[in-house]
Every structure is written in C-alpha cells, then in structure tokens.
Write a protein that binds this ligand. Structure first.
Ligand code: CA
Length: 428
C-alpha cells in the first residue's frame, strides 16, 4: 500500500534553496498542486513558500527527468495530471522535491529558467484547481450528527439507527463549488418558522458554514465494479479545506424526506491548493473506536485518520479576524477509505476529479463545533464578536475564513485557507 513505501519528499530534514518563511504552510515537504493564471494562461503549478512552481516550464526544461505530456500542465485543471495516477504523482512530487532541495543546483544555477519556473505568489492569481465531475457530502462526524439530531429531532435518539453502520452521505451539486476568494450571495428560499402556519419566500435568515475537509479522486473504477477497502487509498490524490455553506432555515423545512437540496446547493467553497495524500503520511493517527464493528467490507487496516488542525475565523468590515472554533480532522468517525469503498460498494463509478467532503467536523467540546448551528445551539447562545455585536448565524458582509494544517516537531504541512465574503441577498 502507498503509505508503507518510503516517500523521499517527506524527509523532514530536507531544506530548500527557495526561501520558506517560518511557519509557512508550504515547506519543501508539502508541494501541493493547484492552477495558476499567469499572462492570461492557466497552468498547473505547485507551491513552495511564497512562490509558485510553473510545472509546464519545468517539464519543458527536461530537468524533471521524465517527459510528462505538456498538455497535463498546460491545462485549466489538474484532472489530467492527477489522472496519471497516485504512483505518477508520488514520482512527480519526489522529482520536484529534488530540484528544490538545497543539495541540488540544476534548477538553482539556471537563472533564466529559474525565473520562468518560480513566480512570486503575488504575481499570479489562483484558479479553481479541479474540474469537479461529481460531489458527494458525507456526514461522518459522530459529534456533529449527534448535535444536529438533538436539535432537529430528538436528543434522546440523536443518532438514527443506521448511523453507526453506514457512512451516511448524499449527492451534492458540483457546479456551484467555488474557489476561496469568490464571494457567495445569501440565498433566497422557502422557510417556515415553527410559530407560522404557512411558509414564506425570502432571504435565508440562518446562513451557516460547515467546517469540512474534502478529498479529490485520481482514478476511476468501472461502473458495476466495487472498490475493495484495501485498494481505496490508490484512488485518493489529495485533500482541500471545504466550506459547505448551509441555509439552516431552508434546510429544516425542506429536508424531509429526501435530505438537503436548495439549503446546500447554492454554494460550497474550497481552498486553492490540493495537498497530496503522500505529504500527510507523517500525520496518520488511529480513529475513534467503531462500536459496533462495521460490516466486513468496511473493515480497514492501519491508521486511517489524520491529525489535521482546523480553525474558523469571522472577519467583518468592523473587526479583524476573530477565531470562533478549532477542531481536528482526527475526530472523524468514518474515515476516507471507508467512505470511498462504501460509495463504490454498489458498483457506483468513481471518476477522476470527483470531490468527497467529510461532513462537518465537530469535536467533543463546544469550542470545537464546526458550524454556527452547533456553536450557538441554533441561535439560542449567540457568539460575541470583537465589536460587541452578536452572531447567531453569518451576517451580510461577514467573511468566513477556514484554515487547516498538520504540525509536528519537525514539519508543518498546511492547506492555506478558504476565505469567503457574504453578499446580501437579491430582492425576493
Ligand atoms: Ca456538509
């Protein structure tokens, strides 16, 4: 399996000749993939410190040592690149790591090439990295499912009987997933307050974020052919931070019997850099104990959770970013290989460039809840902001910032952030 191989690019002793600021999310041990726009052209790129690496220019130079097709980098999306497969992506990352390593000077000494390949981050703009074919959202945090079940249904029976047997999920909307930095407009929709007899149509009054991570797939299975759980990891390229915008008042009115629809499909936001699963290997940890034991097709080997610190901040025109919660991806009850293997267990075909979100990642204590719904307990316990205003949910002109990073004594692997400003609703 991939995680058992020695991945040279993960060596914590590696140092780059490219300056990497202290505390950067993007040391030489990260090397994620994204898409930059430079001179009106889209390019698949990597990132180190405050520089992006133009992989098309690097490939053309021959220094990578393998001739990848230029078209996989001269591309609006990373799909064709990651579609070369997990082994090829490991090899590409190792080769890039070697060229940036301070013990090697092939790239460093070629000043002309270096200036074409390494571009300061502030001279490029970021573009949506993945052409997302299919988007699925899971519901895999036990703490989140328990909190929501308590509020929407019954505290005594918060988890439905299927929850500990099935990684619950639903098919979301791929077309409305947007890049960090893209403003999101407050949705209009149908809601019915508990004390009203009839619904009304208008701006959502309970706009909320959901703190999630999502993985991107790099391999497809044939329609009708399941993915055994021990092979599932080969289908996962990497991960992003994911904000699954949710209109709670629309959700609570519409979700029975078929689940979320317009309360969720108006927008979700992702971070710009897709972090290779290889870079996260030093941060594998055991997950929560699963009791009852899952059915055999969901039984996995090894540690399948990851220690990824998460935080959410709110910023407004009236105050600087204020942290409102911090959680961790390690709390997930159902892990990624269980989610993916379950998804394909009926023969559903997974495709290159699909996005699979974790579901809101809530931890055990109140400060670790991953949505306003939970942090304010459906608006009954508002959060105090730095300007002494209160938030039950998200206001117009607020900006929500989510960050994710792994950190140990030797290395920090970060995801950057997903940052979204909320625009007022259109007139109903
Ligand atoms: Ca969600």
């Amino acid at each position: 399996m991939p995680h058992q191989a020695v991945i040279r690019a993960n060596d914590p002793k590696l140092r780059s000749w490219v300056p990497v600021p202290e505390g950067s999310d993007f040391p030489i041990q990260n090397l994620p993939l994204g898409v930059i726009v430079y001179n009106d052209r889209h390019r698949v790129a990597s990132r180190i410190g405050d520089y992006v690496v133009d992989l098309l220019e690097l490939n053309k130079s021959g220094l990578l040592g393998v001739d990848y097709p230029d078209a996989v980098f001269d591309n609006e999306f990373i799909n064709d690149c990651i579609g070369m497969g997990r082994e090829a992506m490991r090899d590409l990352r190792n080769r890039l790591s070697r060229l940036l390593d301070d013990r090697h000077d092939e790239l460093r000494k070629d000043v002309d090439l270096r200036e074409r390949v390494l571009l300061p981050i502030n001279t490029v703009s970021m573009s949506m990295p993945v052409r997302i074919g299919n988007y699925t959202d899971f519901y895999s945090s036990k703490e989140h499912a328990t909190n929501v079940g308590s509020m929407f249904r019954d505290p005594a029976n918060a988890l439905l009987p299927n929850w500990k047997h099935i990684p619950i999920g639903y098919h979301g909307r791929a077309s409305s997933i947007v890049l960090s930095g893209t403003p999101v407009r407050r949705p209009l929709g149908q809601t019915k307050a508990a004390d009203q007899d009839a619904p009304v149509f208008g701006p959502s009054k309970q706009l909320d974020f959901e703190l999630e991570m999502a993985f991107v797939t790099c391999r497809s299975n044939e329609l009708g052919e399941p993915i055994p759980i021990d092979e599932a990891e080969d289908y996962i390229f990497g991960m992003v931070v994911f904000n699954d915008w949710s209109a709670r008042d629309m959700q609570s009115w519409e979700y029975v019997p078929l689940g979320p629809f317009l309360a969720k499909n108006f927008a979700s936001s992702i971070s710009a850099w897709v972090v290779n699963l290889d870079a996260l290997q030093p941060f594998r940890v055991p997950g929560p104990e699963q009791e009852p034991k899952p059915l055999p097709y969901l039984q996995f080997k090894g540690d399948q959770n990851y220690d990824i610190a998460l935080e959410v901040l709110i910023e407004s025109p009236r105050f600087n970013p204020a942290r409102i919660c911090h959680s961790n991806f390690k709390y997930m009850y159902w892990n990624m290989v269980q989610q993916l293997s379950h998804h394909a267990s009926n023969g559903c075909n997974i495709q290159v460039g699909d996005l699979y979100a974790s579901g809101t990642i809530s931890g055990p204590i109140k400060d670790s809840f991953g949505s306003m719904l939970e942090l304010t307990w459906r608006g009954t316990e508002p959060l105090k902001m730095p300007d002494n205003t209160e938030r039950k949910f998200i206001n117009d002109h607020d900006t929500v910032i989510m960050r994710a990073y792994c950190q140990n004594a030797e290395v920090r692997i970060g995801f950057g952030e997903v940052k979204t400003n909320i625009l007022p609703a259109h007139k109903a």
